[in-house]
Design a binder for this molecule. Sequence first.
Ligand code: NAD
Length: 284
Amino acid sequence: MGATLIDGKAIALRVRREVAEATRELKARTGRVPGLAVIRVGEDPASKIYVTGKQKAAAEVGFEASEHHFPETASHAEVQARLEALNADPAVHGILVQLPVPKQVDSAALLRILRPDKDADGLHPVNAGLLAQGRDATVACTPWGVMRMLQEIDCKPAGKRAVVVGRSILVGRPMALLLLNADATVTVCHRKSNLPEEVARGDILVAAVGVPELIKGAWIKPGAVVIDVGINRLPSGKLVGDVEFAAAAERASHITPVPGGVGPMTIAMLLSNTLRNARALLGA
Ligand code: NAD
C-alpha cells in the first residue's frame, strides 16, 4: 500500500478535546455550558445506538445532553410540540432529530420549524442556503468533518480538481459546496455520470454513495487524496466503503479507512456545531 492512512479516530479525538477545552472556557466566562437535545422517534435499533453515542460524547466534553424519545406511534403534533419547547428553552443550543422517523412524522416539516441558530446538524434550509451562498453557516457534520480531515493532512483544495460522488442533502451536496467555497474546481457525480472518466480527474475524491466498493482503485488519479464516506455492511458482516480500498491505496497519496476514517468525525463535528451555536446564542 502506497497511500498514507488518514486516521479519523485520532483527528476526531483532537476535535473533541478542543471542544472540551472551549466548553470549560465558556463555562468560566458565562457560567453556562452548551446544551444538546436529541429527538428520537420509534425503535430503530441503529438510531438508538447512534443517539446513545451522541449523548455519551456530549457528556464527555461537558455539555448538558438530553434525549427526547417518543414511541413508534407518536403523532407529528406531539413531536412538533416538543421541538417547539426545545426551540424556546434557553438551556438548549443544539437540537437534532435523529432520522429515520416513522412515516406519520414529517421530518422535513420539523426541520423547517427548528430554529436555524439551534440547528446542530446543519440541515435547516437557512443553513443549507447560507452555505450555498458561501456565507458563514452551521454545516452538515459529515462533510464538515471531511474538510477538517483535509486540513489535518495539509491538503489545500484551492485550485485542485475535486470530485464528489453522491449528491445527498446530508453529504454530497454540502461537501461539493464546501469544496467550491474553498476554491476547488468541483465535479458532482450521480447515477447518470460516467464515473471512471470523472473520478480519474480528481485530485481530491470524496465518495458518498452507499454502494460497496463501487469506485474501482484503477480509476483513482495517482497521488489523489481519497475520502471514503460510505459505510456498507457486506452479507459476511464486514464493513466496507464505497471505494475499492486496497487497489485505491496503491494509487492514492492519502486515503481514509472504513471503519475508522470519516465515521468518527461526524459526532465530533456535531459537538463542534453545538458549541458554535452556544457561543453565538450566549453572545460569547
Ligand atoms: P444517500 O442514499 O442519501 O445518497 C447517495 C447518493 O449517491 C445519491 O445522491 C445518489 O445519486 C448517489 N448514487 C447512488 N448510486 C450511485 C451510483 N451507482 N453511481 C453514482 N452515484 C450514485 O446516502 P448518504 O446519506 O449521502 O450516504 C452515503 C453513504 O455514506 C452511505 O454509505 C452512508 O452510510 C454513509 N454515511 C456515512 C457517514 C459517516 O459518518 N461516515 C455519515 C452519513 C452517511
